[in-house]
Design a protein around this ligand. Structure first.
Ligand code: NAD
Ligand code: MG
Length: 392
């Protein structure tokens, strides 16, 4: 039996992972599940998958979780430290599906004990790509992409030489405001930003899709995962979300990965790799789809893409600043403290202020520096957001 753990099991990616595991329970020994406030669902998953340990990141929910699981023999714990400890338990395959930089430490711990890390939590690669990949290398463990675009690139690269790749194209739906008049964007509400035309995802990534911060994180993720140069990586707006990525080779061939917008494909590929198994995803009828559209992204609509390009050049700790400032700006937007278009302004201000005199460059990053940088960037972003709020 394969020993597996799912970090962020109650989220959108977590639920899709649970769905795949629950279809073949005899194959898996579920060690740990972790979640947040949705205690009832966390407990239900733990019982259904016969998990050994469940952890909520909020200590105030520990009691409720323990009561729901009393008599089951399932171990209960709470708090960020307990989540990190859960990641230290030897597992064969670990799903990293916590949202935000909180996913970094459990991911590192899982790699240190030699687990294969299926990485949905793109923020870990953005904050600390060099550290994460070095940790995997040092412990002989693997990081497998779960983001749909990166899974698509990975699949297009099977049997190919990285040195023969000319370019990589990741697609973006354009999110909720793709076709809005530019002058209406400052008026966009959190509710409007939280609906996605094609994908059903967690709220934070859905808003990040509308602002293109999600695609910005993915540009950086592509660089850190595969080592391509910034100028080799392109973003293409593709409203249907059926072509997830394309890899262009030096002979001019372009290999596209096409599939329905269902994360269970990418999760299943990472779960069964190197095998391909039957997965419960719809089969595409391209005659019905009829048309696939592509267009270049508009810089004025999506300034986040330009900022991501700066991060791809600087590397070092700039990704930690970019991500933390983005998370803070997103909180401020969701709390209606700043406008939709202010999010990029906050991130730009913090990134430029902290990038003075190459302060963010570093060849070998340490976890303490990433955590400290994340902390400072959040404080600066909160200050920038409250200043914008007062000016408005
Ligand atoms: P979600 O908000 O639906 O779920 C997040 C999970 O993390 C929940 O279980 C929540 O309880 C837990 N969590 C939240 N904050 C936490 C914290 N501080 N500490 C510990 N646990 C915490 O998010 P999601 O949409 O499933 O996304 C998860 C990750 O996968 C993100 O990094 C996202 O960018 C990435 N991703 C998601 C999709 C998608 O289709 N949803 C696609 C590609 C990549
Ligand atoms: Mg993606």
């Amino acid at each position: 039996m394969r020993r597996i753990s799912i970090f962020g099991s109650t989220g959108s990616i977590g639920e899709s992972t649970v769905d795949l595991i629950a279809r073949a329970p005899e194959e898996y020994d579920v060690l740990a599940l972790t979640g947040g406030r949705n205690i009832a669902r966390l407990a239900e998953q733990a019982v259904a998958l016969n998990a050994k340990l469940v952890v909520t990141c909020f200590p105030e929910y520990r009691q409720e979780l323990a009561e729901l699981l009393s008599g089951t023999g399932i171990e209960v714990a709470a708090g960020p430290k307990a989540i990190a400890e859960a990641a230290e338990r030897p597992a064969d395959w670990v799903m990293s599906a916590i949202v935000g930089s909180a996913g970094l430490v459990p991911g590192l711990k899982a790699l240190e004990q030699g687990a294969v890390l299926a990485l949905a939590n793109k923020e870990s690669l953005v904050c600390a790509g060099e550290l994460l990949m070095r940790t995997a290398h040092a412990h002989g463990s693997d990081v497998l992409p779960v983001d749909s675009e990166h899974s698509a690139v990975w699949q297009a690269l099977v049997g190919e030489e990285i040195s023969e790749v000319e370019r990589v194209i990741i697609t973006a739906s354009g999110g909720a405001f793709r076709d809005w008049p530019l002058e209406d964007l400052p008026k966009a509400t959190p509710e409007q930003a939280s609906t996605h035309p094609n994908w059903d995802m967690g709220q934070r990534i859905t808003v990040d899709s509308a602002s293109m911060f999600n695609k910005s994180l993915e540009l950086i993720e592509t660089r850190e995962f595969f080592g391509f140069l910034p100028e080799q990586i392109e973003v293409l707006v593709h409203p249907q979300s059926l072509v997830h990525a394309m890899v262009g080779f030096k002979d001019g061939a372009l290999m596209a990965h096409v599939g329905p917008p269902d994360m269970r494909h990418a999760i299943g590929y990472a779960l069964h790799y190197p095998e391909r198994r039957d997965l419960p995803v719809d089969r595409l009828d391209l005659a019905k789809v009829g048309t696939l559209e592509f267009r270049a992204p508009c810089d004025a609509r999506w300034p986040a893409l330009r900022l991501a390009r700066e991060v791809m050049e600087i590397r070092g700790l700039s990704g930690a600043v970019f991500n933390a400032a983005k998370e803070q700006a997103l909180d401020a937007f969701l709390a209606r403290e700043i406008r939709f278009t202010d999010m990029a302004a906050v991130v730009e201000e913090v990134l430029h202020a902290m990038d003075r005199e190459n302060a963010l460059k570093c060849d070998r990053m340490r976890l303490e520096d990433v955590i400290e940088t994340d902390h400072v960037a959040r404080i600066r972003a909160a200050e920038a957001a409250s200043r914008i709020n007062m000016d408005a």
